[in-house]
Design a protein around this ligand. Sequence first.
Ligand code: PLP
Length: 388
Amino acid sequence: MENKKRIYADHAATTPVSREVIEAMAPCFSELWGNPSSLHTDGQRAKELVDAARAKVAAAIGCEPAEVYFTSCGSESDNWAIKGAAHLLASKRKKIVTSKIEHHAVLHTCAALEKEGFEVVYVGVDAGGFIDMDELRAAVDENTALVAIMMANNEIGTIEPIREIAEIAHERGALMFTDAVQAVGNIPVDVKALGVDMLALSGHKLHAPKGIGALYIRKGLRIPNLIDGGGQEKGRRGGTENVPYIVGLGVAIEDAVAKLPEMARVRALRERLIDGLLTLPYSRLNGDRECRLPGNVNISFSFVEGESLLLLLDMEGISASTGSACSSNSLEASHVLLSIGVDIEDAHGSLRFSLSHSNTEDEVDSIVKAVRGVVERLRAMSPIYPAK
Ligand SMILES: *Cc1c(COP(=O)(O)O)cnc(C)c1O
């Protein structure tokens, strides 16, 4: 019916699996199907693939292979790091310091720990989405087990000063964890330079399949095991390895890091899209303009409903998001936008576009044209739009 190519501008929600990744994974379903724990040749071949992928992930984030643990997703990594740190230090320290703009995989994990009796402090952010450092300094104390602050925000793209935050955590003897799911593959990430004790990443945000992630755990840090079972992941996360997906993650993360210099082009697309969309009346950019992920654009359009915008854009062949994919089914306004001071009406009229290498200038121009059209249509129907 329709031949027009769709425009995908929702890479922060998920990314297509690249051809290179599919090709690297394919043999793991056919000739290389062994169990890495088996001592025979079939098993050892699979083990070599897992080892090679672990080395690639380690090289991408600047750690040793032994510090990389494969998990099933970013959410699992977030859960393991936060609950692990809390339970490791529970007898001495009962507080967790995080932020108001974390992903739900962090916020809901912290909420679960509150039910167990831990105290959680949710530090606020400024209008650009940056952590309030005074509030953070005041919150982190001798009772703090963990500071958990994301490296880059999934909705507004703001990049946090993780190195500085890690220093504050360590000065008071707390551990430092960062959810870097949006950062890895989009900006340089080096766990040693950042000084973090744990870092989460996810495959499907960087052109590997859904259902694979990793957690960096600094050598010597003994958070409790996630899954007791066999000796996989040094006995800390049992369960036979997902060899194909692990291989896919290795190739995807190596590719993503190799392509980081090309992010300058994505950043230029982002600027073009922001400039184009801000020509619409009653529009504003959410998040800091400079210190943001190369592909992230988040704009509020007053007097329109984000859901309506999204559906009309979808009919025009454009995939965007109203915020985080996880909350797009609920009518709750984005907790991130409310935290940076966007009022509730404008929060409901916000769109996120997340660009990647595959997008083009022509696509950006088409997006601007389509958004202008649908915003004007919706505003023409709005009883509260002033410029009628
Ligand atoms: C997508 C995302 C997650 C969750 O990762 P999954 O692999 O989908 O579980 C966690 N944190 C951030 C910032 C994300 O963008």
